[in-house]
Design a protein around this ligand. Structure first.
Ligand code: GRF
Length: 202
């Protein structure tokens, strides 16, 4: 299976997936890591691991539609079976999302449906919830609302800051995202008529 990973920055989730694929010998390869920012630190890690990299800068395009079309061309050049959004900080257009229906995953740092959008850790602290976490979901046109695959929760502690809470959540992201991607490349995870199915018999 060919995986294309999209990043915008640090790329620690991408790194967790690359490391799991290498150590657990998944039936898959990372065909490319694509960033919308030329200075994304994650690109250097990918290059060091012999993974093809590409940059498609959103600011070079006049509209979201044109950017998404260029991004789609870049992605499809690597014939992906799965597209993995890993800290990819762009809102995607409906035609783009439809093109990858059932074969594009995202990780969102909250227990969806709570706290979609940005600054999820600050939102969680402001709301005073006792539990927070992360969600892997299939991507659909509505931001952070696609069918959920996996969640991990962490406690919110009384003296938490955005920094301490986000670090606790990130640690769990690095567990659940590789797990979900592995299920997909092993043909155990599918989206059928909008419903997530996971085959645990394999
Ligand atoms: C992660 O918390 C991810 O859930 C969020 O952005 C962060 C990206 O981190 N959407 P990284 O680039 O994977 O290190």
């Amino acid at each position: 299976k060919n995986i294309v990973i999209l990043i915008s920055g640090r790329g620690s989730n991408m790194e967790a997936i690359v490391r799991a694929l290498e150590t657990e010998r998944w039936p898959a390869r990372i065909a490319a890591v694509i960033s919308n920012r030329a200075d994304a630190p994650g690109l250097a890690f990918a290059a060091r691991h012999g993974i093809a990299t590409a940059v498609v800068v959103n600011k070079d395009y006049a509209s979201r539609a044109e950017f998404d079309a260029a991004l789609q061309t870049a992605i499809d050049g690597f014939s992906p079976d799965l597209v993995v959004l890993a800290g990819f900080m762009r809102i995607l257009t409906e035609p783009f999302v439809t093109h990858y229906a059932g074969r594009m995953l995202n990780i969102h740092p909250s227990l969806l449906p709570l706290f979609p959008g940005l600054a999820t850790h600050a939102q969680a602290l402001a709301a005073g919830v006792r539990e927070h976490g992360a969600t892997v979901h299939f991507v659909t046109a509505e931001l952070d609302h696609g069918p959920m695959v996996l969640q991990a929760s962490v406690p919110v502690l009384p003296d938490d800051t955005v920094e301490t809470l986000s670090a606790r959540v990130l640690e769990q992201e690095h567990v659940i995202y590789p797990r979900a991607v592995r299920w997909f490349v092993e043909d155990r995870l599918t989206l059928a008529q909008g419903a997530v199915q996971v085959d645990h018999s394999k």
